[in-house]
Design a protein around this ligand. Structure first.
Ligand SMILES: *Cc1c(COP(=O)(O)O)cnc(C)c1O
Length: 425
């Protein structure tokens, strides 16, 4: 391997050279590529440091002051700090920072609010929802009677007449809003009015946009949704984990659903890193970061539209762009693979009303959270749009060699934007 790229990998290299070599190579990969996967980011060195600590040694089932193991003096303080920071950053009455990830967090909401067989509603997966919003292959689609709304074909936006009509007809007990491929502002107030009318609990799943909400670059669901779930590792730029936030009314049932309902011991190293990420998210710098994510997404969207790309809904309000490649005469999957070879990492994705199959859909999903963390700005986004266009054109024309030239240019470009946790030694 190269000489080791951080204190951590240097030490690890002595104990386990095979794993150290792979981590080092992944560091180089994350450094040399333009990472545009909309659910990913680069965490700070402080978050990496907190994650890699001996807090992983400790079991602490229960909640602060009510644990089932001894020796919790400091773990309690860490968890209380994370909870207090979550409450302060998001302005909520209650926060649970123990869910292992976004999917278990959502499952805890079901456990707290509904019974198997009850009716729930969410955005359909191919329209931009998440598996855990009742999609058929997920436990949530198998155990609950799920009804789905989508977006309209012409606008690419949620049709609230459809949402209201479905809600009146099916009377869901839970309504999820938010998703994984939504390029536009989630209108929490409109969902809240519909949920109130049919007496449903509104759950805002802000996994993708939590950092934008924290930084004031997207409206907050607080005050509209009684329950808010989020991952901590997407735009919020924390460790892999999740949180459930709520009004006081839901605090106890949600806590009981997470533990003992679904989980055992919380991952305390993750809890510490969530606390650190939330401290970062409370700063003015983070607000600047959040608005720069959106500015970069808008600039990238403009650059792509100028180069003939069709974007679902015509553009973006947030960190995310959904491009429909039909007009480019390339499938989403071959395009994503070609782009990866060209040093631009993103994912193929269904677009609303996609005529192609989910494993070979028409779209690309693109996000700007990670590149913004590296310090890239609007003018860089035009270069990114240019490279994307060149790579998509190259794969369409069968000129695959061109992809390696682009990868070289991308690598040179990325050298000016260091990442926490890896550097060339
Ligand atoms: C990412 C995501 C999740 C799930 O998170 P995991 O940590 O991958 O389980 C849930 N809901 C939405 C909207 C997401 O984007």
């Amino acid at each position: 391997m190269s000489a080791g790229t951080s204190d951590l990998t240097r030490r690890l290299a002595e104990a386990d050279p095979e794993v150290a070599r792979l981590i080092d190579a992944e560091g180089r990969r994350q450094h040399d590529k333009i990472r545009l996967i909309a659910s990913e980011n680069y965490v700070s060195q402080a978050v990496l440091d907190a994650t890699g600590t001996l807090l992983t040694n400790k079991y602490s089932e229960g909640y602060a002051g009510r644990r089932y193991y001894e020796g919790q003096q400091l773990i309690d303080e860490i968890e209380e700090l994370a909870v207090a920071r979550a409450k302060s950053v998001f302005g909520v009455a209650h926060a649970n920072v123990q869910p292992y990830s976004g999917s278990p967090a959502n499952l805890a909401v079901y456990l707290a609010c509904v019974k198997p067989g009850d009716t729930v509603m969410g955005m359909s997966l191919p329209m931009g929802g998440h598996l855990t919003h009742g999609w058929s292959v997920s436990a949530t689609g198998k155990w609950f009677n799920a009804v789905h709304y989508g977006v309209t074909k012409d606008t690419g936006r949620v049709d609230f007449d459809e949402v209201a009509e479905l809600a009146r007809k099916h009377r869901p007990k839970l309504i999820f809003c938010g998703g994984t491929a939504i390029p536009r502002t989630v209108e929490f107030d409109k969902f809240a009015a519909i949920a109130a009318e049919v007496d449903a609990v509104l759950v805002a799943d802000i996994a993708h946009i939590a950092g934008l909400v924290a930084g004031g670059a997207h409206p907050t669901p607080v005050g509209h949704a009684s329950i808010v779930t989020t991952t901590t590792h997407k735009t919020l730029r924390g460790p892999r984990g999740a949180m459930i936030m709520s009004t006081e009314e839901w605090a106890k049932p949600l806590d009981k659903a997470v533990f003992p309902g679904l989980q055992g011991g919380p991952h305390n190293h993750t809890t510490a890193a969530i606390a650190t990420a939330l401290k970062e998210a409370s700063t003015p710098d983070f607000a600047t970061y959040a608005s720069q994510i959106v500015a970069n997404a808008k600039a990238l969207a403009t650059g792509l539209v100028e180069r003939g790309f069709d974007l679902v809904s015509g553009g973006t309000d947030n960190h995310l762009i959904l491009a429909d490649l039909t007009s480019k005469d390339v499938g989403g999957k071959p395009a994503a693979k070609a782009l990866d070879r060209a040093g631009i990492e993103l994912n193929f994705n269904t677009v609303p009303y996609d005529p192609r199959k989910p494993f070979d859909p028409s779209g690309l999903r693109i996000g700007t959270a990670a590149v913004t963390t590296r310090g890239m700005t609007e003018s860089d986004m035009d270069s990114v749009a240019q490279w994307i266009d060149e790579a998509v054109t190259a794969v369409r024309d069968g000129k695959e060699d061109r992809l390696d030239d682009i990868a070289g240019a991308v690598r040179d470009f990325c050298a000016a934007y260091p990442i926490p946790g890896w550097s060339e030694q």
